[in-house]
Design a protein around this ligand. Structure first.
Ligand code: ADP
Ligand code: MG
Length: 227
């Protein structure tokens, strides 16, 4: 059973009487343990697809099964709990809280998630270790480079112990060398078992992924798996 299965998913946004068909007939399966790179021109629906996968937007049509569960049958509260338990997000903007130390940024979602204190401390230390930032735990975001800030954001996502990590242009604000390092970190996390779905504009990075999906006008126009 795949971790993710989308079946003929449409996503329509309504704003100011304008309908935007952001996704049109997306069918896609992702197995547990895969690393998938999604690329496509600006406005093609990449972020919309991440929002559907991340249970942030509901399909207007079609079905989304996560771990075999039909997510359309879930209420808002159940969906939020499933999202918190199963999915981690990394964005182009690091979205760290400037007034909090690195370790507190990583811990904050666990406090919201009512994870007990001792377990929180264990997970924060484990997540910071995975991204190599234990020595920066007591720093503030402004004292870190862009690449280090993105590693904090990745640690924050990992602290939730997600089965699925969704990264939307995680290297978009970084120079190419730092972007390469962040990509390498995501690859190593994938090798240790996290399923990763990453949007990237960078054709060289996308080419390194075993599985590539190219979308245009809300449709998958090319999907390939390296042998
Ligand atoms: P990408 O990430 O590939 O650049 P998006 O998924 O952000 O593309 O956007 C796909 C289309 O949906 C675009 O036409 C965009 O303007 C539209 N769109 C995205 N988010 C919204 C929204 N919240 N409300 C209305 N339209 C949106
Ligand atoms: Mg986008």
């Amino acid at each position: 059973m795949p971790l993710i299965r989308l079946d003929q998913v449409d996503l329509v946004y309504h704003a100011d009487e304008i309908e935007t068909h952001a996704l049109a007939g997306i069918s896609l399966s992702i197995e547990s343990g895969e690393f998938v790179a999604i690329s496509g021109p600006s406005g093609s629906g990449k972020t919309s697809l991440m929002h559907v996968l991340g249970l942030l937007d509901l399909p207007s049509r079609g079905s989304y099964y996560l771990d075999g569960r039909d997510t359309s049958t879930l209420g808002a509260g159940q969906r939020a709990r499933l999202r918190n338990a199963a999915i981690g997000f990394v964005f182009q903007a690091f979205n760290l809280l400037e007034e909090l130390r690195v370790e507190d940024n990583v811990e904050l979602p666990l406090i919201y998630g009512k994870v007990p204190r001792a377990e929180r401390k264990r997970r924060v230390a484990a997540a910071l270790a995975q991204v190599g930032l234990i020595p920066r735990a007591r720093h503030f975001p402004a004292q870190l480079s862009g690449g280090q800030q993105q590693r904090v954001a990745i640690a924050r996502a990992l602290a939730g112990e997600p089965r699925l990590l969704l990264a939307d242009e995680p290297t978009g604000n970084l120079d190419s060398r730092t972007g390469e390092q962040i990509y390498g970190l995501l690859e190593s996390l994938n090798q240790r078992g996290t399923t990763i779905c990453m949007v990237t504009h960078d054709a060289q990075l996308a080419a390194r992924a075993r599985r590539r999906i190219h979308i245009r006008d809300g449709r998958i126009i090319d999907a390939s798996r390296a042998p």
